[in-house]
Write a protein that binds this ligand. Structure first.
Ligand SMILES: [Zn+2]
Length: 94
């Protein structure tokens, strides 16, 4: 009787194991693609300095290199320097 109920519900359907196999296989491929995608995104955005794992956000003037704060040739500007550069740009444009 119990077997008959399972049979009607499709639990012992022959396509069941295969469906499980393919969906498991597919999700593994999906995970590999996601991890591979994350690695390629990371490799595109990390510092260009060899062996540096930090995220590179700072383009080096005159080059195509993008490096992290640690490897950038210029020191971080102070607030005063940012304001001075802003005022100088406004004067230059006027
Ligand atoms: Zn770096």
């Amino acid at each position: 009787m119990w077997y008959w109920i399972l049979h009607v519900m499709g639990a012992d359907n022959l396509s069941g194991p295969w469906y499980g196999f393919w969906s498991g296989f597919g999700s593994d491929l999906g995970e590999i693609a996601i991890i591979g995608g994350l690695i390629s995104i990371y490799r595109r955005h990390n510092c260009h300095v060899k062996g540096c794992w930090r995220i590179g956000k700072h383009p080096v003037a005159g080059t195509t290199y993008v490096v992290c704060r640690q490897h950038h040739p210029d020191a971080a500007p102070t607030h005063q320097e940012v304001l001075a550069a802003h005022r100088a740009a406004k004067v230059r444009d006027a």
